[in-house]
Design a protein around this ligand. Structure first.
Ligand code: NDP
Length: 263
């Protein structure tokens, strides 16, 4: 580290689970970039003061933002980019000459991962489980790729309905349907995405019946811990193509590096 080292932060509460500081700092070292990412553990109550303090640090260049700050941080941004505006959540903030610009790479990171795996979206029927922050960001990103249809399944149906309304505001011509949680029709889906917390360490389970999916349906999970969820293991056992959660974060790192003009 030098006197000129650029500082980035990862802001969260709790902080124990975050992987971004170690992943980013390793990437800076690998690419010989004079920068570091530090974990910043702060509560919702103190977010305003922390952001005001960070603004005053001349070599503080940006933040990645996670639970519970993704929505609240918008209040402290001077500007938000399209993806953050659509989703109403920010997970990256660029500090640019005392101007804070919010962005959201959750959806774009997920799509970039699919593209690298040569998974085509155009004209595909896609079903997403989960209408939380990630489910929303991925849904917005999917609709930019000329897909045939988007089905949304969520435990809280009102939340799913709100998401459909929000999506339809930006994409009035898109075909979007809500499926019932207890018996969703997933028989015609080409790609099914798990964007719920089901499968996470401590919340083990499988969000839908793989037996009801068509033979060549691709199964994607966004959970990273464990790297292979029960859903992914079972899909592999049934010889289906799978897509792991780690690709979403890896591709966000790539997008964020470009956004901050680090590479
Ligand atoms: P949110 O809290 O915003 O949303 C959680 C979603 O999971 C909601 O749709 C919720 O449904 C659903 N859910 C949770 N528990 C259950 C359950 N027992 N049964 C049915 N549905 C359930 O979280 P995020 O969207 O931010 O994150 C979701 C997952 O994605 C997390 O596991 C996280 O680890 C992972 N993630 C991965 C990233 C990556 O880069 N790979 C990036 C960000 C997140 P309801 O609305 O009904 O509560």
């Amino acid at each position: 580290m030098k006197a000129t080292t650029k500082i980035f932060g990862c802001i969260a509460d709790p902080i124990n689970h975050v992987k971004a500081p170690s992943l980013f700092t390793s990437e800076f070292v690998r690419r010989n970039i004079d920068a570091i990412m530090i974990p910043i553990n702060t509560s919702k109550e103190n977010l305003k003061d922390v952001i005001a303090g960070l603004r005053k640090i001349r070599n503080f260049c940006g933040l990645t933002v996670t639970i519970p700050h993704k929505i609240d941080i918008i209040k402290y941004c001077d500007k938000v980019e399209l993806e953050a505006n659509q989703t109403g959540a920010v997970n990256w903030v660029k500090f640019n000459n005392n101007m804070l610009i919010g962005n959201n790479f959750d959806g774009l990171g997920f799509i970039a991962g699919l593209k690298k795996s040569n998974i085509v979206l155009s004209n595909k029927s896609i079903c997403i489980f989960g209408a939380g922050g990630s489910g929303m960001a991925i849904s917005f990103a999917l609709l930019k790729y000329n897909i045939k249809e988007l089905k949304i399944v969520n435990r809280d149906k009102v939340k799913a309905e709100k998401l459909v309304k929000r999506l339809q505001n930006f994409f009035p011509a898109a075909r979007i349907k809500i499926e019932e949680l207890n018996d969703p029709d997933i028989s015609d889906s080409d790609i099914i995405i798990n964007a719920t917390s089901i499968g996470l360490k401590g919340n083990e389970g499988i969000p839908f019946k793989l037996i009801k999916t068509k033979k060549n349906c691709i199964i994607a999970d966004i959970i990273m811990d464990p790297e292979e969820t029960l859903l992914i293991k079972e899909a592999k056992r049934l010889k289906k193509q799978v897509h792991l959660g780690k690709y979403m974060l890896e591709n966000q790192i790539d997008l964020a590096g470009k956004y901050f003009q680090l590479w």
